[in-house]
Structures are given as C-alpha cells and as structure tokens.
Design a protein around this ligand. Structure first.
Ligand code: ARG
Length: 254
C-alpha cells in the first residue's frame, strides 16, 4: 500500500514537471504570448517607475509585434526564470541569459539578440585584470555566467553572491567587496549614472552571446521568434532600439 502511494506521488510529480510547452500555433490561437524577465538589469530590462522597459524589453516587443500577437510580461527573480519554461508558466524568457552549454541542456535558445561579456569593475584603479583579482573579494549576481567565470579563476579570495545584480553593485559602492563583475553595458551605464561612486571599468573577463530562451525542444516557437527577429534586424527597428540605448549596434556579428 505504502509502495503504491509512493509510486502515485512519483507519477504525479513527473506529470507536474513535464507539462507540455505551448506551441507557436497554440500561442497564435490564444492571441497572446507570455514572456518573463527580471526587471532589475538596466539598461536591458528594468522598471522606469512602474513601467517595464529596456533594450531587450523593446526588442521583444518589436519581435512580438511582427509575430502578430499580444504580449503579457511577467517579472520574477532571475533564478526562477528558466525553470518556469519547463513548467509552462511562460512561453519565452528574455533576461540577458548568455548561451552556455549547461543552460542549453535545460532550455532551447533562440538566435542571440546581442553580444557582450562580463566586465571587471572596481573602485581601486589597480584592479583591472583577471590576475588583479588574486586575493580579492568579488561580488556577482547568483545564477549568472559571471559567477561561473569568476569561480574558474584561481586565487580569488572569495566570491560573494547576491540575488540581484544591483545588490552586487551596491556591495562594491559600500566597499564590502573589492570588485564587481557584471555585463559590460550594465557596468558602463552604472559608471555613467553614478559618477560619484568612482567606478573603474577594467578588462572583460569573457565574452558571451545573449539569447532568449524557450522550453527545451520548442523549436517551432524558437523558429517563429527567429524569423520575426530577422525582420527587425532587416527593417532597421533593431538598429534604432540599439542606438537609443547604447549609441551603437550591439547585434552579434554574423
Ligand atoms: N549575462 C549574464 C548571464 O548570462 C547575466 C544575466 C543577468 N540577467 C539579469 N536579468 N539579471 O548569466
């Protein structure tokens, strides 16, 4: 009897975790796509007052317009975003995820919407390179490629994790850490917006291709997204959004 109950629980659990992702046809029929992001990673996804905006928010809006459906945004902690795809809680995640081998096991990535990388930021101008991080305490956001890449360095004294990238940034401002590793464009904007903080931008620790994700194997949706994305690359709307945020085109080289 006990065994039976156990088997039933196991089965229920399996069912709960293997929810079928919505196909692009389902989405078109429904007329609405649900996209999740974090909303705490300026200038890519952030809140301006109560309005969600940012480079990748505008890119997604332009893509979805081409797809001809309505868009519903959900904002959640960075850590919860990719797992929600497997549970069919949303159709797409766009939150500056770098395409990594590990993540590619769990989700399917669409074509990259920008290319960037992790940059070292410090207050001490002597901390600029990976080697300069030896014996230092480094702040990064939990669950990011920055954490993975800083962990790979030998000699770093400690890597401190923060739920939000802005918390990691604040740890540097208040000198609780010696360096902060974040996206190159996030770092540039933070430096420009807080001149008083005196951020020194150092080397790029690594480069990465940043892409939206769909549930593992939902290639129909990824394909429809990529087709619409190609259209905004071709018709100048991507270039205009990129110029607005960065004064340059951040698309990945072909
Ligand atoms: N590019 C990094 C990564 O792939 C950081 C992404 C952080 N995104 C965010 N919305 N906070 O992990």
């Amino acid at each position: 009897m006990k065994l039976l109950k156990l088997a039933a629980t196991a089965l229920a659990l399996c069912a709960a975790f293997s929810v079928q992702a919505r196909s692009v046809e389902d989405i078109k029929k429904d007329g609405k796509i649900v996209i999740a992001t974090e909303g705490q990673f300026a200038p890519f996804n952030f809140f301006q007052g109560t309005k969600l905006t940012g480079f990748e928010v505008e890119v997604a809006e332009a893509v979805v317009k081409k797809m001809g459906v309505k868009l519903e945004w959900k904002t959640l902690g960075f850590d919860a975003l990719l797992t929600g795809l497997a549970q069919d809680r949303w159709d797409v995640v766009i939150a500056s995820h770098g395409v990594t081998e590990e993540r590619s096991k769990a989700v399917t990535f669409a074509a990259p919407h920008y290319c960037s990388g992790g940059m070292i930021v410090a207050l001490d101008p002597k901390i600029r390179t990976a080697a300069d991080l030896t014996g230092k305490i480094v702040a990064v956001q939990t669950g990011t490629s920055y954490l993975e890449n800083v962990k790979k360095l030998t000699g770093v004294k400690d890597v401190k994790n923060f739920p939000q990238d802005t918390d990691a940034q604040r740890a540097l401002i208040s000198k609780r850490v010696d360096a902060w590793v974040s996206d190159k464009f996030v770092a540039k904007e933070a430096a420009a917006k807080n001149a008083k903080a005196g951020f020194k931008l150092g080397d790029m620790l690594f480069v990465e291709r940043i892409a939206p994700a769909v549930a593992k194997g939902n290639t129909g949706l990824a394909g429809a997204w990529d087709k619409a994305f190609d259209e905004i690359l071709a018709d100048g709307s991507y270039a205009a959004i990129s110029k607005k945020y960065f004064k340059e085109d951040v698309r990945c080289p072909k």
